[in-house]
Ligand binder design. Structure first.
Ligand code: NAD
Ligand code: MG
Length: 402
C-alpha cells in the first residue's frame, strides 16, 4: 500500500459566504443525511443549503428541498427526474438526474459537503466535491476503502480538507496528536459487536435480514447494519483508518465494546490512552465535523455514566466473524484487494437483503472473490472502476451458485 497520508493536520478554517456556510448533502435522504439536516435546521441562520441528492426517493428529496430551499437537487435514478421536477415546480430549484447529474451537483460551489451516499456509488460524487477543494465530511467509508489512494491524492492535489464522520474515526480525530505522530503507539477502534455478538456459527446460519438490520445500539441504513452484523463494517473501518491516520496496520487494533459509549481510543508511548465518549447518536460526530474547528450544540442524549454503571470489552472472535480477517488481509495486500473486498461485499450484502443467500454466505462470497481476482496495482480511477466491475461480476456469479 502507498505511504499512509493525512491532510487532517493542516487545519484550514472553512470559508464562508457572508456569515452563512454553504452546505451540500450527498445522500440527503439516508440516515446520515437526515441527521445532518436535523442539525442544519437547528443551526438556523448559520447555514444555507446548496445541493441535496438522493438515489430513488423523489418524494422524500422533494419534501426536503421544499423545506431547505437548496439551489439544486439531483436524483440518481434518471426515471425519477419527471416526478421530482413536477414536485418542485414553481420553486426555482434546479433539478438534475442520473449519475452525471449527481457528479455535476456535487461539484457545485459549497463550503462544506457531507458525503453520505452508501457504497462505491458515492465515489465519483465525493471525488467531485473533493476536486472543488472545500471541506468534505466523509461518512461514505466505501469510497475510501475502494479508492483510498486515488481519493487521498485528489485531497492533496486540490487542497481539500477531509473530516471523518464515522463515529470511530471522528473519535480518533478528536484525540489524535497530529503534531506528535511518533508518540502514538496504537489506535484502538471499538466495535459494538452487532446483533449476533453472542451467536454461534450454527445459530448465525439461519438469521434473517430483519434480524441483521435490527442493530442493538445504532440506528442506521440497511447496508451498514448488515456490515455491523458480519463485522465487515469494522473491517472497512480498519481500512478507512489506515487512509485517514498515519499509523501502520499492525498498530490498528479492534476491541468489542457492546455499549458503544467509547467511540475509539488512541494509545501513546507514555502509557496514556485518550478516548472520546458519547451516547451512540451520529449527530455528535456530524456536529463535530459541521462546526470544526469550533463546536456547536447537538441534541444527542447526554451520557450518564452513573446510570450506565459499567462498560464492558471483549476481544473479537475471528472464527465467528471471518470478515475481520478478510479485511485485514485486504489492508495488508493493498492495491486492488480492498477494492475487490468492498465490491464483493456490496454484492453479497444486497443478495442477503434480498433473501438470495444466507448470512454466512456473505463472507464466503467475499473470500472466494478475493481468491479469484488477482491483486493489481491501483493508482487511477479507471483502474478502480475496472477492479470494482470485475469483482462485482465474479461475486454475482457466486451469488447465483448459492
Ligand atoms: P442509507 O442507506 O440510510 O442512505 C444512503 C443514501 O445514499 C440515501 O440518501 C440514498 O438515496 C443514497 N444512495 C444510495 N445509493 C445511491 C446511488 N447508487 N447513487 C446515489 N445515491 C445513492 O445509508 P446511511 O446509513 O446513511 O450510510 C451512508 C454512509 O455513511 C455509508 O457509507 C455508511 O457506511 C456511512 N456511515 C453511516 C452511519 C450511520 O449511522 N448510518 C455511521 C457511520 C458511517
Ligand atoms: Mg462506525
Amino acid at each position: 500500500m502507498a505511504p499512509i497520508v493525512t491532510n487532517l493536520r493542516d487545519h484550514k478554517r472553512p470559508q464562508s459566504a457572508g456569515n452563512r456556510r454553504r452546505i451540500s448533502i450527498l445522500g440527503a435522504t439516508g440516515s446520515v443525511g437526515r441527521n445532518t439536516i436535523d442539525l442544519i435546521e437547528r443551526g438556523g441562520d448559520a447555514f444555507t443549503v446548496e445541493v441535496l441528492t438522493a438515489n430513488t426517493n423523489a418524494e422524500a428529496l422533494a419534501a426536503q428541498a421544499r423545506k431547505l430551499r437548496p439551489r439544486c437537487v439531483a436524483i440518481g435514478d434518471a426515471q425519477a427526474y419527471g416526478a421530482l421536477k413536477e414536485a418542485l415546480a414553481g420553486t426555482g430549484i434546479e433539478v438534475m438526474a442520473g449519475p452525471s447529474g449527481m457528479v455535476e451537483a456535487a461539484a457545485r460551489p459549497a463550503d462544506w459537503t457531507m458525503a453520505a451516499i452508501v457504497g462505491a456509488a458515492g465515489l465519483e460524487p465525493t471525488l467531485a466535491a473533493i476536486r472543488r477543494g472545500g471541506v468534505v465530511a466523509i461518512a461514505n467509508k466505501e469510497t475510501l476503502v475502494c479508492a483510498g489512494d486515488v481519493v487521498m491524492a485528489a485531497v492533496r492535489e486540490h487542497g481539500a480538507t477531509l473530516l471523518p464522520v464515522d463515529s470511530e474515526h471522528n473519535a480518533i480525530f478528536q484525540v489524535f496528536d497530529f503534531d506528535r505522530i511518533e508518540a502514538v503507539e496504537k489506535i484502538i477502534l471499538t466495535a459494538s459487536g452487532g446483533p449476533f455478538r453472542k451467536l454461534s456459527l450454527a445459530e448465525m446460519r439461519d438469521v434473517t435480514p430483519a434480524q441483521a438490520v435490527a442493530h442493538p445500539v445504532w440506528s442506521m441504513g440497511a447496508k451498514i447494519s448488515v456490515d455491523s452484523a458480519t463485522l465487515m463494517n469494522k473491517g472497512l473501518e480498519l481500512i478507512e483508518a489506515s487512509f485517514l491516520f498515519p499509523v501502520p496496520e499492525p498498530r490498528l487494533e479492534i476491541l468489542i465494546h457492546p455499549q458503544s459509549v467509547i467511540h475509539s481510543m488512541v494509545a501513546y508511548i507514555d502509557g496514556s490512552v485518550l478516548a472520546q465518549l458519547g451516547s451512540p447518536d451520529m449527530r455528535t460526530p456530524i456536529a463535530h465535523a459541521l462546526a470544526w474547528p469550533g463546536r456547536m450544540a447537538a441534541p444527542s442524549p447526554r451520557l450518564d455514566l452513573a446510570v450506565l454503571g459499567s462498560l464492558s470489552f471483549e476481544t473479537p472472535d475471528p472464527a465467528r466473524f471471518p470478515a475481520l480477517t478478510l479485511a485485514r488481509h485486504a489492508l495488508r495486500s493493498g492495491g486492488s484487494v480492498p477494492t475487490t473486498l468492498n465490491a464483493a461485499n456490496e454484492v453479497a450484502v444486497e443478495a442477503f437483503l434480498a433473501n438470495r443467500i444466507g448470512f454466512l454466505d456473505i463472507a464466503r462470497i467475499v473470500e472466494r472473490t478475493l481468491e479469484q481476482l488477482p491483486r493489481t496495482p491501483v493508482s487511477t480511477l479507471d483502474e478502480v472502476r475496472a477492479t470494482d466491475e470485475e469483482a462485482r461480476r465474479i461475486a454475482a456469479v457466486l451469488v447465483g451458485t448459492r
